[in-house]
Design a protein around this ligand. Structure first.
Ligand SMILES: Cc1cc2nc3c(=O)[nH]c(=O)nc-3n(C[C@H](O)[C@H](O)[C@H](O)COP(=O)(O)O)c2cc1C
Ligand SMILES: [Fe+2]
Ligand SMILES: [Fe+2]
Length: 416
């Protein structure tokens, strides 16, 4: 848990936050470097809290202690603005309700239904649509914009017209614990910014990727706003260069349909080391074409990191044996998740060993078709038992071919 430090984002806007690192995010994704659960207090004559925090392990208590530190009594909060009802932002409502019951919840129409479903809240709900406003006094008017499916259907973004701060909740968010005394981009070194770029990419690929189209629509919808500050529900606050995270997200959105970076992710699994023999040659072939290569062995490598690398890669290599007339099972699981996250239109190559009849291809076709992945495969290399020297050489050649196709696709997309 982070130390109790509240900081002023800009006059009248305060950031409260707690870092969490001892859970799997969404019950799936490892966060060894933590994640920040951010909440914001906006003060006019009236006080609003935008986004909340989860109810995990002392987090609501951290939020309440931070309110105390800034001399805001829970009773002083007039509006609880729920940009997004997912319990990582709303779990604390259970604790809050015990202290106070007459606050006004601000959410979208769809959000009202979710508030009832999760927290049994049916009263004092003020529903808003795009363009609606709440005047907090002292020239501080909050505007609301529906950005459905970033990441749940009820999601809205809140915009403070006075400080020109956008509170987009999960959009523009990132994994990674944030120092509570230095949570602003203007306080961070380039290395720290790079760390959050990496964690934002993983966050995007894991949490937001499947919603790339709605995210693009949200960015277009919010585009006309004069945004000086971006204060997301997770990660750092962008005060110096809010365009940086917007542009990163625009890139991440575009990676769904590809091409992405001139990178290739090699995902491989092997029972007795036959398929494994093809890994080094394929990596060498890829590298000879000048692409950056990420290698993940399955099931050892966590899907969270595989997704991140596939997301930023224009090409993917799948190396796996046949197993009970189908694909090596961990590859089925990985590919299924990659397809559901909508890493589409990749350049791809498959190689692997079989014992007598093979069968991996049929299942591969079935998954890529079912999930409409539209991956463009070059001819696979399959070998019976151990690969021959000629087969290993062919794998190297195909690696190079794939690498060249990736470079070409990236160059074509960038117009060079
Ligand atoms: C549990 C198991 C199931 C297998 N099922 C098949 C199969 O259905 N068809 C086939 O051609 N080979 C099958 N094989 C043989 C493997 O594909 C073969 O041993 C291959 O060389 C394994 O490559 P690896 O060492 O990279 O795992 C199976 C092997 C095992 C251990
Ligand atoms: Fe969410
Ligand atoms: Fe979230």
């Amino acid at each position: 848990m982070s130390e109790n430090t509240v900081t002023e984002v800009v006059q009248g806007v305060y950031r409260l936050s707690a870092n969490v690192d001892n859970i799997l995010f969404e019950g799936i994704w490892p966060i060894p470097k933590g994640v920040a659960m951010n909440s914001y207090i906006v003060k006019g004559d009236k006080v609003a809290i935008i986004d909340g925090v989860c109810e995990w392990d002392g987090v609501p208590e951290t939020l309440f202690a931070q309110l105390e530190q800034m001399q805001v009594k829970v009773e002083d909060i007039d509006y609880v603005i729920l940009n997004h009802l997912e319990p990582d932002h709303t779990g604390w409502l259970n604790a809050f309700k015990k202290i106070r019951s007459d606050f006004t919840i601000v959410t979208s129409k769809k959000g009202a239904a979710v508030a009832e479903a999760f927290y049994g809240i049916t009263e004092n709900i003020h529903t808003v649509s795009s363009g609606d406003e709440i005047d907090l006094g002292q020239g501080r008017v909050l505007q609301f914009y529906e950005i459905p499916n970033v990441h749940w259907p009820e999601t809205i973004a809140t915009y403070d017209t006075r400080s020109k701060t956008l509170f987009p909740c999960d959009a523009f968010g990132s994994f990674g614990s944030v120092s509570s005394s230095a949570p602003y981009d203007d306080q961070l070194t380039q290395d720290e910014i790079d760390f959050f770029e990496d964690e934002a990419l993983r966050y995007y690929a894991n949490i937001v990727g499947a919603f790339s189209l709605p995210t693009r629509k949200a960015i277009e919808k919010l585009g006309p706003l004069d945004i000086q500050i971006i204060a997301p529900g997770h990660g750092i606050v962008w005060r110096k260069d809010p365009a940086k995270i917007v542009n990163d997200y625009i890139r991440y959105v575009s990676y769904s349909k590809g091409p992405a970076k001139p990178h290739v992710t090699v995902i491989w699994g092997s029972m007795y080391g036959m398929t494994e023999q093809g890994v080094q040659p394929v990596v060498e072939g890829l590298e000879s074409a000048g692409v950056t290569v990420h290698v993940h062995r399955i099931p050892e490598s966590n899907i969270s990191y595989i997704l991140k690398d596939v997301w930023q890669s224009t090409g993917v290599v799948l190396g796996m044996p046949t197993y009970e007339y189908k694909m090596f099972p961990p590859m089925v699981a990985a590919l299924d998740e990659i397809g559901k996250k909508k890493a589409l239109n990749r350049k791809a190559f498959r190689f692997g060993s079989y014992g007598w009849s093979g069968g991996a291809q049929k299942e591969l076709d079935e998954i890529t078709e079912r999930l409409k992945m539209n991956w463009d495969f070059i001819e696979p290399v399959e070998f019976k038992g151990a690969p021959s020297a000629a087969e290993l050489e062919l794998i190297r050649t195909r690696g190079r071919e794939l690498g060249e196709a990736v470079v070409q696709a990236v160059n074509a997309a960038s117009g060079s």
